[in-house]
Write a protein that binds this ligand. Sequence first.
Ligand code: GLN
Length: 454
Amino acid sequence: EAFNARVVGAKALNAFLVETPDHALTAARAADAARAAGDAPKPLAGVPIGMKDLFCTAGVQTTAASHILEGFVPPYESTVSQNLWDAGAGMLGKLNMDQFAMGSSNETSYFGNVISPWRRKDGGNAPLAPGGSSGGSSSAVAARLCPGATGTDTGGSIRQPAAFVGISGIKPTYGRCSRWGTIAFASSLDQAGPMARDVTDCAIMLEAMSGFDAKDATSLQLEVPRWEAHLSPDLKGKRVGVPKDYRVDGMPSEIEALWQQGIDWLRDAGAEIVEVSLPHTKYALPAYYIIAPAEASSNLARYDGVRYGLRDLPDGANLQDMYAATRADGFGDEVKRRILIGTYVLSAGFYDAYYTQAQKVRALIARDFEKAWEVCDVLLTPTAPSAAFALGEKSSDPIAMYLNDVFTVPSSLAGLPAMSVPGGLDKDGLPLGLQIIGKPLDEQGVLNAGLAIE
Ligand code: GLN
């Protein structure tokens, strides 16, 4: 009932890049047939979900919202999407996103920005960003176009868009979901995860998406826990850490108040609240914006006009000219910015000053968390330092855009499970999210704290 969206047509949100109703219908028919035959229902029997366009889907165009992959139809299925189909789900379509998952507002998509279904209560009709990079996923789920969607999170791309539109989303421990067949951004950080209306739906979807995969060398060789079966909002005996270093300058008082409210909710659920210190937090954002572009510049070298998608071959061009023309035309500005930063920090003269230094910072951040786990079981923070901003508000200032990731990147650098759940509305009637960060492999602790807030 708090959903104050001015109802806009589903198409106007620009959330879907490709629609695949037949895929969803086939899954629904299979679910009906299984029920008629008396078979035990699969966990996602017939559920139509949206698939972020970073996941390769066999026979269905997959572009990562880029021009360079326009027309690319993978002959193979990503492990995560295959796992979802095996669990009975069907695909409603491929979802818009920031180009190659680089961005926090979905404005870097080659196929146009996505619009959030939310509007400010009294702030006119300025269309708002759905967050990013999984902005098609967040917008589609918030607008009830699908009950759940896949997202990927390299530095916050599941959690921040979930927070911006008032839904839940979890990034599991690095290695839970196979990266095979998911277009790579920054391989040491990329993780898939679900975005859905509530914690229970996230648990069900995550169970289906996770699991060991020999095709991903960083996949964790572990059984998938029964997260849904063990959901409980009772936090008796649990300790919730509140990291004082997340109180950043200029954080709106409403976000402070939301954080306090979240602390109270978790205390009411039986948890003990402890203050913790994560002293290297302030270095996380600069370290992330060195490491992620470094890995991206390497991963994106494969788009050469030969193997996939676009090829620009000017008259009389040699091979070098073809590479240059294809990449100049095929990559958007933000992607080029990341390639430039990445190749710079990896270059011989600057490697030690930037890349090595950033890796050291990454280790210090991971150590901060390890120390925190000595005194608490989960951490509670806001998900983002602001509510959804207007489209265009930050798109000409990359640094302002990067700053929106301040609370989400530390747990990404440490590979920890982290979730955003809706916390309430601000004075403009816009959703704000609370983030729960957990110990390695403790998705259950994260989900349970999320349930206590929900
Ligand atoms: N906003 C961050 C970036 O642009 C995170 C993106 C992501 O998690 N994919 O790099």
